[in-house]
Design a protein around this ligand. Structure first.
Ligand code: HEC
Length: 94
């Protein structure tokens, strides 16, 4: 009984901690971005006056879209890490 309670508390903690873990993925995001994403466009595209991305969710859609075009088959957390890095470095959405 007591054991079960401990386990579910740990599971709950993992859920609560998850967003903080994503924030710590900047290093991964930076690495993935520099290895895969600067062949066609550089940062100038992200700050161009006619840029398409105008929110965190469109940013994720574009990251996913470009990654899919490149056949990278990234997992959700890799897309998330790159979007988080790009937001911090270039887009700066709140
Ligand atoms: C094969 C060339 C190519 C590569 C490599 C590439 N992209 Fe793109 N990307 C494009 C093109 C073309 C556009 C413009 C599409 C448009 O304007 O609708 C674009 C647009 C974007 C935008 C939107 C820019 C804006 O604000 O208008 C984002 C974000 C983006 N790419 C992210 C990435 C990421 C992340 C990677 C690495 C996984 C990547 N791209 C790799 C071709 C590429």
């Amino acid at each position: 009984m007591r054991h079960t309670l401990t386990l579910s508390a740990a599971a709950l903690a993992a859920i609560l901690i998850a967003p903080a873990a994503q924030a710590a993925d900047l290093t991964l995001g930076k690495k993935l971005h520099s290895e895969n994403c600067i062949k066609c466009h550089g940062a100038e595209k992200y700050s161009a006056p006619d840029r398409k991305v105008n929110s965190m969710s469109t940013l994720k859609t574009y990251v996913q879209g470009c990654a899919t075009n490149l056949s990278l088959s990234w997992f959700e957390d890799e897309v998330e890490a790159v979007a988080t890095y790009m937001n911090k470095e270039f887009y700066k959405f709140k």
